[in-house]
Design a protein around this ligand. Structure first.
Ligand SMILES: Nc1nc2c(ncn2[C@@H]2O[C@H](COP(=O)(O)OP(=O)(O)OP(=O)(O)O)[C@@H](O)[C@H]2O)c(=O)[nH]1
Ligand SMILES: [Mg+2]
Length: 257
């Protein structure tokens, strides 16, 4: 609502000041306003550190697409010639480790996993030690889905973040919050609370292959300053794209058919 109101007010001002009244011209002005917001921050991944592995922690609510995104990202890093390790930090959901194992094989990445019910922070600590020992360049850390309202689980995530930072100073270099593009307004409170606990550095917006347009990311960017870095457009390994703000704005605000 806040972002919508701001945009409407700006558009009103433009209409008055510049005397724009043609709906098509106003639509173009609105697109430009939204695009400016979406390009305020870099949408590329943070750069890899000079030495040691590039550590990416992936967080979000249940079923948003974390594990799938890790598989897709891992495959993309492997394709660019990097040695990649996936850490099975979801020790909670039955089948989570197996799912990540399948993705690690598909991607051509190593997998480090603990026993069932293991402490996620311990598993990710071991993952980073293994990655260093093996000279891996990229580490992708999976975590269990959790509701942002569940305090103990959010505290666990804070602990995971600290343990990663102790194993590799400066890590995680990236904390990707995976948001389900079909979720609407709830995404904003997810982003706010995950951001407070783990210092989110970017958003991955998934499931944009359906009817969802993901307009809420304008608010995520505007109110929380978090850039969208990737979008998920399907369940397959190649269905991850760098975020293209201009294309996104066209889909969101383009001429209706
Ligand atoms: N259509 C579509 N489906 C997706 C996309 N990303 C993930 N999915 C599907 O969404 C479902 C959940 O994906 P997961 O990767 O298991 O989600 P998660 O966040 O790891 O789930 P939990 O670990 O249970 O919290 C799976 O069926 C995925 O195939 C996407 O971009 N498009
Ligand atoms: Mg998962």
């Amino acid at each position: 609502m806040k972002t919508t109101t701001t945009l409407i007010n700006e558009l009103r001002r433009i209409a008055r000041q510049d005397g724009v009244s043609d709906p098509a011209a106003l639509r173009e002005r609105l697109k430009a306003l939204v695009l400016a917001r979406l390009t305020q921050r870099p949408t590329a991944l943070n750069p890899a550190p000079a030495t040691g592995p590039h550590v990416i922690l992936v967080v979000g609510v249940n079923g948003s697409g974390k594990t799938t995104t890790i598989g897709k990202l891992g495959a993309a890093f492997v394709r660019s010639g990097k040695k990649v390790v996936l850490g099975a930090g979801d020790t909670f959901r039955a089948g989570a480790v197996e799912q990540l194992r399948v993705w690690s094989e598909r991607a051509g990445a190593d997998l480090i996993a603990g026993g069932e019910g293991a402490d996620p922070a311990a598993v990710l600590h071991d993952t980073l030690e293994a990655a260093k020992a093996r000279g891996a360049q990229v580490v992708l850390c999976d975590t269990a889905g959790r509701l942002q309202s569940k305090k103990p689980l959010m505290e666990e995530l804070g602990k995971v973040h600290r343990v990663i930072g102790r194993a590799v100073p400066g890590a995680p270099h990236e904390v990707l919050l995976v948001l389900d593009g079909t979720m609407g307004q709830n995404a904003l409170s997810q982003a706010r609370i995950f951001g407070e606990v783990t210092g989110v550095t970017g958003v991955v917006l998934t499931k944009l292959d359906g009817t969802a347009k993901g307009g809420v990311v304008i608010a995520v960017m505007e109110e929380l300053g978090l850039p969208v870095k990737f979008v998920g457009v399907g369940e397959k390994v190649d269905d991850l794209r760098p975020f293209d703000a201009a294309a996104f704005v066209e889909v969101l605000l383009g001429e209706s058919p």
